[in-house]
Design a protein around this ligand. Sequence first.
Ligand SMILES: Cc1cc2nc3c(=O)[nH]c(=O)nc-3n(C[C@H](O)[C@H](O)[C@H](O)COP(=O)(O)OP(=O)(O)OC[C@H]3O[C@@H](n4cnc5c(N)ncnc54)[C@H](O)[C@@H]3O)c2cc1C
Length: 409
Amino acid sequence: MQSPHIVIVGAGLAGLRTAERIRRQDHTGPITLVGAEPHLPYDRPPLSKSLLVAAQQLAPVALRAEEAYAELDLDLRTGATATSLDTKLKELGLTDGVRLGYDRLVIATGARPRRIESFMGLAGVHLLRTWEDCQNLRADLHSSRRGRPPRLTVIGGGVLGCEVVASAGTMGLEAHLVEALTTPLGRVLGDQVGETVARLHREHGVGLHLGTSVASVEGTGHVERVELADGTSIPTDVLVVAVGAAPNTEWLHGSLIAVDDGVVCDATGTTSDVDILAAGDVARMPHVRQPRSVRLEHWTNAVDTAALAGGNVLLDPPQRAALTEVPYFWSDQYGTKIQSLGLAQPDDDLEIVDGSLDEPRFLGLYHRAGAVTGAVAIGRPGLLARSRAAVAAGARLDDVLKNPPWVRR
Ligand SMILES: Cc1cc2nc3c(=O)[nH]c(=O)nc-3n(C[C@H](O)[C@H](O)[C@H](O)COP(=O)(O)OP(=O)(O)OC[C@H]3O[C@@H](n4cnc5c(N)ncnc54)[C@H](O)[C@@H]3O)c2cc1C
C-alpha cells in the first residue's frame, strides 16, 4: 500500500491525537476524521470545572486552533455519525447516506453517560458529557428557582460526580451527593483515600449520602425531590446523573469487530480485525502490569492510546508496539488536585509515604504481596511524578522505601 487512506471515527481527544501522530510519521496519504458533534474537537475536563462555574457562557476549549486542521491536511467531517461498518468491503456508512472507504481504520468513538430512564424526562435532570450538556447544566446552576439559589443533587460519587458537587460547592450552592458505596471515589482509590475525599466534601458543606441509593425521583414536570432508600428526602432543583459511561459501539453491530463493554484490543491497540485499531474511552485493552483488559476513561489514557494507535496503524501487525505508559488520571476538587498512577485494586494495601491523609496533602503507594501496584497523591503532584518508575516496574515496596525516588537529594 503506497499511501493508504486512514479513516478515524470519533473527533474527540483520541481521534485528533491519532491523526496528529500519523502525520508526524510523514504519512502523506489521506486521513479522514469523522465526528458526530458539530464542533471542532474540544477538551472535556473543563466541562465539569471552570466552564460549569463560569458566570458567563464561554466557548468550548478547542484542542487545536482552526488553522491547525489545514496544516494537518485532514478531511475533517464534523456533524457526521458512522452508523455501520462493513469490514469485508472496508467501508463505513454515515448518517447522510455516504459510504466511506478505508484502507486502515481507527475507532475513537468514546463513551456516553449511562442514563436512569425512569426520571430522565423531568426538567432539571442532567447528564454531563458534551459542550451542550455543560451549557444546559451551567444555565440551571446559575438560575434562581422560586426566588432562591438552586439546590443540586448528584447521583454517583465517582470522579465526575465529585467534580460537579465540588463546582457547585465553590459557587456557594447547597449540594448533595448520593453514592451506593461507603466513600466517594472508593471504587478507584479505596476506602482510606475515599474517607479523605468525603471529609473534603463535608468541610465544604456538601451533604453526603453514602451507602444508600435512590428509591425515586419526584416532581411534576420538574424535579422536586430525591427520595433515598434509607428514607432521606432531598429537596432538589437540579439533578445530575453521574453513574458511569457506556462505550459508543452500537454502530459496530454486525461488523464482526469483537465488542465487550468496549472494543476489544490487544496491547498494541489492534482489534479483532488487523486493519482496525481503537483508542481512548471506547477501547478495552491490557495495560502495563495489568494483563486483564480494562477500559479506562481518563484524558491521559486517550492521549497514550491515540499515540499507540497512530504509531501502529501504518505497520503490519508483527511490527506493532505494545502500550508502555502507566495509567494516570487527575481530578480537581475545591482547588485541590487528586492524582492516581497505575491500576491498584481498591483492596490493595496503602502506605502513606509522605504527608498525611488528615491534612490532606500526601503521597501514598498501593501495594499487594510486597509489590507496588499504584500511587495516589493529593496536593503533591511533583512527588507523584517521581514515583512513576516504581509503579511502572511493580518495584518491591521495601526497596522503594529504602531509596525513595520522591525525596530530592
Ligand atoms: C465532564 C468531564 C470531565 C472530565 N475530567 C477529566 C479529568 O479531570 N481528568 C481525566 O483524566 N479525565 C477527565 N475526563 C475524561 C476525558 O475527558 C476522556 O477520557 C476523554 O475525553 C476521552 O476521549 P475520547 O476521544 O476517547 O472520547 P470522547 O472525548 O468522548 O470523543 C469521542 C467522540 O466520538 C464521537 N462519536 C461517537 N460515536 C460516533 C460515531 N458513531 N460516529 C462519529 N463520531 C462518533 C463523539 O460524539 C465524540 O465527539 C473528563 C470527562 C468528562 C466528560
